[in-house]
Every structure is written in C-alpha cells, then in structure tokens.
Design a protein around this ligand. Structure first.
Ligand code: SAM
Length: 252
C-alpha cells in the first residue's frame, strides 16, 4: 500500500460491541434490485462478507446483510470492477481512498447503531460508508471537504434510492452544528486528536468512533458520552488519510 495512505489490514479486532438481532434496521429489509450488480460481482460481494468480515468476528446480522447488498463496485472505479472486493483500501478520486471493507464493518459495528439514530459522518469520500449507514439508521448527515467527491457520492446514493442522507461540503473537523446533537458520529479520516467540536455535538448517551494519532498511523478510538462523563477506549490500529481542517491537520 506504499504511497496510498490506505487503511491497513487487521487480523482481528481488539474489542467487540454487542449486536442485537431484535434491533432490526430501519431499511435492512429493503433489498437492492438484482440488476444493480451482475452475478460475478454479487458472488464476489458475498465472498467478501464471508471471508473478510465474518471470518474476522463481525457478527451484527443487519450490518452483514447490508454489506451483502450494497454494490461496492459502484463506489470505486476499479478495473476490473471485481477489484472493488479486494481486502484493502483503494484509491478514489481527488487522491483519497475508499476504506477497506473490514474497517468499514468494524467501525460500523462499533457504533452499535439503532434504527432511530441520527448519524454525523465526517469524510464522505466515495459514499460507500454513507450508504451502509443510511441503510441502518434513520438519517445521515455526511460532511466532506472536497466538493467533487460530495457530488459523485450524492449521485451514487441517489442511484441506490437512499433518501435519508444530507450532504454537506465543509470542514468536518468542526462537525455540522446545525443538526446537532447526533446519536452517533463516525470520522473516516485520521486526526491528531478527537475534535472537541465533535464531542460537543454528540448527544447524551451518544457514541463516536474516530482514527486518532500520527500522520502515518492511528488508533481507532470509541468515545462514549454520558452527561458530563466522557470515556474513551481503543479498539484497533489503523491507517487513514488525514483529516484536514481547523481541528485536524493543516493542509500542506
Ligand atoms: N468513508 C469513505 C468511503 O467510504 O469512501 C472514505 C473516506 S476517506 C478515507 C477520508 C475522507 O475524508 C476523504 O474524502 C477526505 O477528503 C475527507 N476529509 C479530510 N478532511 C476532512 C474534513 N476536515 N472535513 C470533511 N472531510 C474531510
């Protein structure tokens, strides 16, 4: 992955969070029409979920089902398209990356989503993670600093007929205060520390996940907020592109 600034493969996770089959997702019973993906790509997607995600211990049934359905090849211009299902992050437009499928799954499961949740996502990128969140929760606000990425992601999300996403072009290190508080916040770019603005915009009882650390390597941390009490736990090592902004890294 030299030069790609992509997330690294992780053999297993260091912590798990409960998944509950009773908390059925809002949209998980809506199946993607079969014409969205040709048979070979559908087979590759099922294999990705089994070999890369379930095999590493992700067990949230709703999440696994959504990942079996979202056509990842539509979010990355891989050539051939089946490359979209390889076990690593891939380059997308504007020198950014689409995260490794396992990292998407790990971060999503760690959020312990409920169907009624409103989510703030920082780093729209390709829109793949956004689509998964939109299938599992009530509403997603997603913030991206590069306008062209937002436009492409919004088009892809519309093609999948997902209507519960608001796209914002802004410095997401400052969150999106207009719609706060959020039940869950996910940051998909590496920051030197968890931005204070994001903790402020997290609801009481809320949970946030972010890659935090140096420019080259970070740790995925989960923050839980209960009243004035903030707890932080580390779940895995990772490598993300930089969160660039007022509460992130400076642009070079
Ligand atoms: N979750 C995305 C996906 O599924 O394709 C991958 C996100 S990519 C690893 C990180 C994204 O964060 C990039 O698109 C980058 O432009 C964006 N980003 C970096 N700094 C940001 C900021 N301050 N506000 C919003 N987005 C930012």
């Amino acid at each position: 992955m030299a030069g790609l600034h992509a997330e690294t493969s992780l053999p297993s996770r260091a912590a798990t969070f409960p998944s509950d089959r009773k908390n059925l997702p809002y949209f998980a019973d809506l199946h993607m029409p079969s014409h969205f993906s040709p048979p070979d790509l559908t087979a590759a997607r099922l294999q990705m979920v089994e070999m890369q995600i379930e095999a590493r211990g992700i067990c949230n049934a709703a999440l696994l089902e959504v990942m079996r359905q979202i056509p990842r090849e539509r979010f990355v211009n891989a050539d051939p398209p089946i490359e979209a299902y390889t076990d690593r992050a891939l380059p997308i437009e504007a020198c950014q990356t689409i995260s490794q499928p396992y990292i998407v799954a790990l971060m999503t499961e760690s959020l312990a989503l409920l169907p009624e949740h409103t989510i703030l996502e920082i780093g729209t990128g390709s829109g793949y993670q956004t689509a998964i969140l939109a299938r599992l929760a009530r509403f997603v606000h997603t913030v991206e600093r590069i306008e062209s990425l937002t436009q492409t992601a919004a088009q892809r999300i519309a093609e999948l007929n997902l209507q519960n996403v608001a796209f914002h072009v802004a410095d997401g290190s400052l969150g999106w205060p207009a719609a706060a508080p959020y039940d869950r916040i996910i940051v998909t770019a590496g920051a030197p520390r968890v931005p204070a603005a994001l903790i402020d915009q997290l609801a009481d009882g809320g949970r946030l996940i972010a890659p935090v650390g140096g420019e080259e390597h970070q740790t995925l941390v989960v923050i839980e907020k209960t009243g004035q009490n903030i707890t932080e736990s580390a779940i895995a090592g990772c490598r993300f592109v930089k969160l660039i902004g007022a509460e992130g890294w400076s642009p070079v």
